[in-house]
Design a binder for this molecule. Structure first.
Ligand SMILES: [Mg+2]
Length: 261
């Protein structure tokens, strides 16, 4: 499925939800796997979860990414003086509804925070689901401060500390941790969209790991047919099925074979 970045005259954007609000599993678009599925991140062979950092519970917003964007690791940002983190741009959706992993929602962009995560630029767009009851009254980062008191402070606190339980130092921010406004955010999004275009349209692989194979971008040299895309899906869907059967019913299977033989 082709999910466009812009959905209405460059004001509303499509967002792909990776992590539902209040949950802990670090689900993310796996850019290094064919067709970029959403999977739980694995570190040192273990599934990754974020810790609950008092007074927060899991991710405090619906967390996800804007499709068709890329924070280019070979580009040094003028403001942050750091390179991109090699991922799509991240979004914190502050609406009250809990969304689902993989859901695509339309969001209104309100502002942006410049996180420096382990020396990389990692922009965090602040946005609201247009279907949220508060969406019509939220039109700027100042509106968020007034209508949702504490949300912005909690967001800075969360990103500052979320890696501390893994033994890492507190994260830093550009602009002293101040949020930039909606117009600034939209300029950053547009820049990451241009980086993404260059990534999927280039003729040669640079030997890096991002898999740009797709079935919908007409001019992309990485475009594949629907049949090829389906083959990728079929190849991976068989394994989890057997894994599921084995893990869920292994006791019964062993018992069954014991009776049989
Ligand atoms: Mg990021």
């Amino acid at each position: 499925m082709l999910i466009m970045l812009f959905c209405l005259e460059q004001i509303l954007f499509n967002m792909v939800v990776e992590v539902p609000r209040w949950s802990n599993a670090k689900m993310e678009i796996a850019t290094k796997e064919p067709l970029n599925p959403i999977k739980q991140d694995v570190k040192k062979g273990k599934l990754r979860y974020v810790a609950n950092i008092f007074p927060h519970k899991g991710y405090i917003w619906n967390y996800g990414a804007l499709p068709q964007t890329w924070e280019d690791p070979s580009h040094t940002d003028e403001d942050t003086k750091c390179c991109g983190d090699n991922d799509p741009i991240d979004v914190c959706e502050i609406g009250s509804k809990v969304c689902a992993t993989g859901q695509v929602i339309q969001v209104k962009v309100l502002g942006i925070l410049a996180l420096i995560d382990e020396g990389e630029t990692d922009w965090k767009v602040i946005a609201i689901n247009i279907e949220d009851p508060d969406a019509s009254s939220l039109n700027s980062i100042e509106d968020v401060r007034k209508i949702k008191p504490g949300h912005l402070e909690a967001t800075v606190d969360w990103f500052k500390k979320y890696k501390v339980p893994d033994g890492k130092p507190e994260n830093r921010f550009a602009f002293n941790g101040q949020f930039k406004d909606k117009d600034f955010a939209i300029e950053v999004i547009k820049a990451t969209h241009i980086f993404w275009k260059a990534l999927v349209m280039r003729k040669k692989m640079k030997g890096e790991e991002i898999i740009c194979q797709n079935s919908s971008l007409c001019d992309s040299p990485f475009r594949c047919s629907d049949a090829e895309a389906r083959a990728v899906l079929q190849a991976v869907s068989v394994c989890p099925f057997y894994f599921f059967i084995f893990t869920k019913f292994s006791f019964f299977l062993i018992f069954f074979f014991w009776i049989l033989f």
